[in-house]
Design a protein around this ligand. Structure first.
Ligand code: ADP
Length: 226
């Protein structure tokens, strides 16, 4: 599903943000990526989304070999992933329903399917009763659940969550990860970047630690190093 093979990323100013990193995430896995600020986590996600290209090494995501990908195929790659950000990135002038619907509209899904799919994912994240609310009328945790509904609406095989609990309180954070856990149980692969060690410990999933651009450790669910 995700494969990094000896990936190095050196930015144009000479900073080596990712240094010879190799790992794979299989279909159906739930993996946390942890690391201090500046360790290279954002760069890793940018490489996955093909916002950045590696300086060397190769990356495969959802069957796409990113170095061979033609620019016209990049939207297709990105649609194969649902992405959730720390700052939610909802459109303030749109209702909850419209925010989720918008993500489907850009993919030319027939209206009939939209009318079925949007209520379904809103119900999945526990926000069926907030469909007509605007983002400012919701708590941080609820806004993040809208963002998660939007990420799920195209039924992606992979969800990438970039510090999704960074702006919400601990109880809500737990609920967001619990929701990701449920989504994972239904077969979706989850990659979540976080620096909240408490959450990581509580959920007992695979933990990939990045340190100064290098893969520092990769600990599986059962506690053994991979
Ligand atoms: P993290 O997300 O773990 O905080 P980043 O991937 O943002 O880490 O950064 C890793 C390293 O790469 C840091 O030293 C950072 O300053 C550097 N970096 C990030 N983006 C750029 C960029 N566009 N140009 C140059 N250096 C960058």
């Amino acid at each position: 599903m995700i494969n990094f093979d000896s990936v190095t990323k050196i930015y144009s100013n000479g900073t080596k943000a990712i240094d010879d990193v190799s790992f794979s995430v299989k279909k159906g896995e739930f993996a946390f990526i942890v690391g201090a600020s500046g360790a290279g986590k954002s760069t890793l996600l940018k490489l996955l989304l093909r916002e950045e290209m590696p300086s060397s090494g190769s990356i495969t995501v959802n069957g796409y070999s990113l170095s061979d990908l033609r620019p016209k195929d990049i939207p297709e790659l990105r649609r194969s992933m649902g992405v959730v950000f720390q700052d939610f990135r909802l459109i303030d002038s749109m209702t909850v329903y419209e925010n989720v619907e918008f993500a489907l509209r850009v993919t030319n899904v027939p209206s009939k399917n939209i009318r079925r799919r949007v209520p379904y994912v809103l119900q999945l994240v526990g926000l069926a009763d907030k469909a007509r609310s605007y983002p400012y009328q919701l708590s941080g945790g609820q806004q993040q659940r809208v963002a998660l509904a939007r990420a799920l609406v195209n039924n992606p095989a992979l969800i990438i969550a970039d510090e999704p609990t960074g702006n919400i309180d601990p109880q809500m954070s737990y609920e967001i990860v619990e929701l990701l856990n449920e989504i994972n149980r239904c077969g979706t692969t989850i990659l979540m970047v976080t620096h909240e060690h408490r959450l990581v410990r509580e959920f007992g999933k695979r933990v990939i630690t990045i340190r100064k651009g290098k893969l520092d450790s990769d600990i599986s669910v059962k506690g053994g190093a991979l």
